[in-house]
Design a binder for this molecule. Structure first.
Ligand SMILES: N[C@@H](CCC(=O)N[C@@H](CS)C(=O)NCC(=O)O)C(=O)O
Length: 398
């Protein structure tokens, strides 16, 4: 169905040409952004897909041990990827911050739909991808060890020390494998009892998304949105690219696999923008209902926990990465996971949009939210707002 759509790349190229400035002697020099990340990293897949779709000239730089030591840790304050260096030397971190900073510089074509319903659902699906689907991503990466481990050790070793002999690289990948392979279990509460529920939920999600993508190139039409970018993080590096989950995706959700390829390797294609009249296809409803059922209670609880934490720590501006634990539930089975204030900061984006809607928009959107189980959650007040400042999560106003 999409074979006829590969036309009209010119719009993207206009953006690129705006970047070409005259040099000191009148010679044009391309201005390049540097993207520090790696193919195996979940969040790097989000920013790389964004940079490619927008046609922003950038260079992918592998986040080697040396890059962490000399650039990321000194400037960001902790080892985290992806980061983007702008041509004027600024270092941006956090995928949402990176995307929003670049949207200001390259507004067209925007990845934020204008229509309030599409925009709200796109922001919700960004939170879902970034902050929830990381659970199946980690599970399917580290649990099927026999299928994935050698591939991962090679990839992690190649990233850490690209110049080391190839035979030695898997050994050099071990520290990262031990760090990530263990850390996520307690962090997200992915204990053995949750393996079945997480797999059932993820496979149902794949089938739902596959049905949607049989009729649409992206979530909201012929252009990727911030929602697509949220989903591509977990659905690329881990769930498409790692051997075991990659086979699963290609087998039960081939349209999702093709969407991953479209997201990661955008080619000149026809871009009619988002669907007209702020339409959200009903084929997306099961995804939203699943998010509301599994993640929304955790997001709402996080808001209460953050407020209590802020009251207990009146002198602290910087918020801890983890502030206790709470229980979550998937497919009727519950487990404990860490409370991560960062998720609140992401959730504030759709909450703020919802709070700003006029009566006409609410009259249209509320019945859909009600039907899908999200209305009460989206009416949550945020007594302690969080901000992301200088690469740190802080209490707003402190
Ligand atoms: N919310 C952040 C998350 C970045 C992140 O967690 N990146 C991973 C790699 S994909 C990482 O560097 N983790 C190191 C850590 O969490 O200590 C973003 O969107 O950039």
């Amino acid at each position: 169905m999409w074979a006829g759509l590969y036309l009209g790349w010119a719009r993207h190229r206009i953006v690129v040409s705006r970047l070409v400035r005259g040099g000191a002697r009148g010679i044009s020099e391309p201005v390049t952004y540097l993207h520090y990340g790696t193919e195996v990293s979940l969040y790097s897949g989000k920013t790389r897909a964004y940079l490619r779709y927008k046609g922003i000239p950038f260079e992918d730089r592998v986040a080697t041990i040396e890059v962490y030591r000399s650039i990321i840790v000194p400037e960001v304050g902790r080892p985290v990827i992806p980061v983007v260096r702008t041509p004027d030397g600024e270092l941006l971190q956090d995928t949402t911050v990176i995307i929003d900073a670049l949207e200001q510089r390259f507004p067209e074509p925007s990845i934020y739909p204008e229509g309030p319903m599409q925009r709200l659902f796109a922001l919700l699906l960004e939170v879902y991808g970034d902050e929830w689907l990381v659970m199946p991503a980690m599970h399917y990466r580290w649990h099927p060890r026999r299928d994935n481990l050698l591939f991962l050790l090679r990839e992690l070793g190649r990233t850490a020390s690209p110049r080391a002999p190839r035979l030695v690289q898997p050994l050099l990948g071990l520290p990262a494998a031990m760090f990530f392979g263990r850390k996520y279990q307690a962090y997200f509460g992915v204990t053995p009892r949750m393996h079945g529920p997480i797999e059932r939920s993820y496979e149902a999600l794949l089938r739902d998304l596959d049905a949607h993508l049989a009729d649409h190139a992206f979530l909201f039409g012929t252009r990727p949105s911030i929602g697509d970018l949220g989903l591509i993080g977990p659905l690329y590096a881990h769930l498409y690219r790692d051997p075991a989950p990659g086979r699963l995706m290609r087998r039960i959700a081939p349209n999702v696999a093709r969407w991953v390829e479209r997201m990661q390797q955008p080619e000149p294609r026809h871009d009619d923008g988002f669907l007209p009249d702020d339409e959200v296809p009903e084929t997306l409803y099961p995804l939203l209902a699943r998010m509301f059922d599994e993640q929304l209670p955790i997001l709402v609880d996080t808001i209460g926990r953050v407020h209590a934490w802020a009251l207990e720590h009146p002198d602290r501006a910087r918020v801890s990465r983890i502030i206790g634990a709470h229980r979550y539930q998937i497919e009727g089975v519950s487990e404990e996971r860490k409370v991560t204030p960062f998720s609140q900061w992401m959730f504030q984006r759709p909450l703020d949009l919802y709070a700003s809607l006029d009566d006409a928009a609410r009259a249209r959107i509320d019945p859909v939210l009600e039907r899908l189980g999200g209305l009460a959650g989206l009416r949550t007040e945020v007594p302690t707002r969080l901000a992301y400042r200088d690469h740190r999560l802080v209490v707003e106003g402190r």
